[in-house]
Design a protein around this ligand. Structure first.
Ligand SMILES: Nc1nc2c(ncn2[C@@H]2O[C@H](COP(=O)(O)OP(=O)(O)O)[C@@H](O)[C@H]2O)c(=O)[nH]1
Ligand SMILES: [Mg+2]
Length: 285
């Protein structure tokens, strides 16, 4: 399979923007995809936050299984603060703000000692498509009021009030880490790496192989797949969904689109593709 890469020029620019935004904030909410919490981390974050508190939010929890809870537990054991939520659901607001309070408790205590009362400022950051904008909307609620601005290096920054906090109204988008190809592929499955630059049929083959290892029952239930080589499974999927071309050949392109769509929308059930080893490899634990 083709190597998934990231254009270094984009990387450098995104990193510069992130560094600039982190400087304006007291803490960072780093949004991960609960279905691939290790793959959706980028270890370069550590250099950017300069010791500021980080809350890891495993978002899209409604689409994840117990693997996401395992990740939260392992991260907590490693001294990180992590919470699993589904930002698209209003019920996630409370656990999220509680975790934001937790991660800034020391800082607030220090400020209070000196008699300083000011809202602490957060940057919501993460790689593409993890739900950063959805998290900002959840926190900002209906009152996406502008609470003032502060001159940044290149343009004024807008802040939105959220209870005792303020958020930068634009998310800090970080490039995904593509150091590990297995993890980079998971980002492609979940839509955090642009489909356009990838060969969907190669992605489908790799995904079928991985799903057969981790969630065979889901493949059997939805596509009547009963194992075999990745190509045999791919053909079974196309036959089951009647994605056939004239002459009886499989319509692989449609099959790939359907498989990715099913996975992303949760029609294959709740999943978590990363295990304990991946958390280590990614530098999260
Ligand atoms: N099922 C589910 N979908 C979500 C959740 N949060 C965000 N999404 C969806 O994921 C996609 C990307 O979200 P967005 O906030 O734009 O991500 P961003 O690129 O990180 O800003 C959108 O289609 C959202 O509706 C969630 O908690 N559950
Ligand atoms: Mg966004």
């Amino acid at each position: 399979m083709k190597t998934i890469q990231w254009f270094p020029g984009h990387m450098a620019k995104a990193v510069r923007m992130m560094e600039e935004n982190v400087k304006l904030c007291d803490a960072v909410v780093f949004v991960l995809d609960a279905r691939a919490p290790a793959s959706s981390y980028n270890a370069r974050l550590a250099d950017m936050v300069g010791g500021k508190p980080v809350l890891f939010v495993l978002n899209k929890g409604d689409l994840a299984d117990g693997g996401a809870d395992m990740a939260v537990t392992k991260m907590a054991q490693a001294g990180r603060t992590a919470v699993r939520i589904a930002a698209a659901q209003p019920a996630s607001l409370r656990p999220l703000t509680a975790a934001m309070e937790l991660v800034t408790a020391q800082k607030r205590a220090r400020l209070a000692e000196r008699g300083v009362k000011k809202p602490l400022r957060f940057l919501v950051a993460g790689i593409p498509n993890t739900g950063k904008s959805t998290v900002i909307n959840l926190l900002a609620g209906g009152r996406k009021a502008q609470v003032g601005d502060k001159a940044g290096v290149t343009r004024a920054k807008q802040w939105v009030r959220c209870g005792a906090f303020e958020l930068l109204d634009t998310p800090g988008t970080m490039p995904p880490s593509v150091a590990d190809q297995g993890m980079a592929r998971r980002l492609a499955y979940l839509g955090s790496i642009n489909d356009e630059i990838l060969d969907k049929e190669e992605i489908a083959l790799a995904l079928l192989e991985e799903l057969w290892e981790k969630y065979p029952a889901a493949l059997s239930a939805r596509y009547a797949i009963e194992g075999g080589t990745p190509l045999e499974m791919y053909e079974a999927l196309c036959r089951k969904r009647a994605f056939m071309l004239k002459g009886g050949e499989c319509d692989y392109a449609r099959g790939a689109v359907a498989l990715l769509d099913d996975l992303r929308k949760g029609r294959l059930g709740r999943i978590c593709l990363d295990g304990a080893e991946d958390l280590k490899k990614a530098g999260l634990v």
